[in-house]
Each structure stands twice: as structure tokens, then as C-alpha cells.
Design a protein around this ligand. Sequence first.
Ligand SMILES: [Zn+2]
Length: 190
Amino acid sequence: MKNIKVPVEISARHCHLSKEDMEKLFGAGHELEKLRQLFEPSDFACQETVDIQIGSKKFEKIRVVGPLRKQSQIEISLSDAIGSGVTPPVRLSGDLQGSLGAVLQGPAGRVDLKEGVIVARRHLHCATDEAKKYKLKTGDIVSVKIEGTRQTIFENIIVRVKDDYKLALHLDTDEGNSAGINKMGEGIII
Ligand SMILES: [Zn+2]
């Protein structure tokens, strides 16, 4: 099936935290406070932010995105990494083995992460019923065309299917800027 319209959501730098790391940063028993819902029903931006040192660069007030995860993960763009002296690998969310380390500082303490810093690989979220309708499955590779002045075709997009997902292409700020999309846009699976 082709020519499917798809919302495009741009992810700015952010971090996901494990319960253990969250409690080290914000205090034992702390609960993340929801600031706003993101496009994916499972994800929300939190009130909480952390300062994060990656290589020789310090990022202040990086937004925490909930809910809590098994392992903490920090997502930045390659442009963010300029001047840090290090280059994070481009990876799918959750694939953190051998990725970059970082030092996180919160109001209650600090966390030294051995690994967890990545540049997110572009991916397409898809709900199970949408996947059936569009004949897509986890691991499929698709291309999405973005129209406009900076018309662009993104290739090598990996599909991820889950019940609580909603059809959307996730790009980082470098990719969004290259295609002229600020926060939300629209594309076509070609
Ligand atoms: Zn995503």
C-alpha cells in the first residue's frame, strides 16, 4: 500500500529515565509530573529537566520524557554533539549497548551513565490495527516524502508496531530542519 499520509513529529533533545536513576536525580519516591501529552499516546513531556554533560559539552535543562523505562536514554542530534568532542551512534531507541556515556545532574543528586546517549534513528510508529490496514510490520523499511520548499524524501525508515502507538514519523531536529519542519508536519509514505 502506498501514498499514505503520515503526521511527522520532530523530537528535540530529551531524556528517558529508569526508576533508579530518576530517584537518584529527584529523590526517593519522586513521581514524574506530566507537562504535556506528546503525539504518541504512550509518551508525555515532564516538568522535570536535568543538566547533562556529554563529552566536553554541558547541556542545561534537558527535558525528561515519560513514562519511566528499564534503562535511561538520552537522545540528541548530531548538531547538538558539535563541540562535545564525541559523536553518539545513530541507533533505534532501546539499542544502547556500546553507546556514549554521560553525567546527569538533578536537584537531588547525580548519575554517571556508562552508556545511553544516542542519535535516534528515524522511525515510523504504527498502531497494530493501522499496521494491518497498511500492510506494515515491525522491521519493515519505508520511505516518506515531505513536500514544500525543502521537499525531501527520507529513506531507510524503520517501522515499529505496537497497540498503543499512533501512525507518525519521528525525526530529529537535524532531519526536521533539512525538510523545513519545525515541530509537526506531514509526509506521504511512498
Ligand atoms: Zn519515536
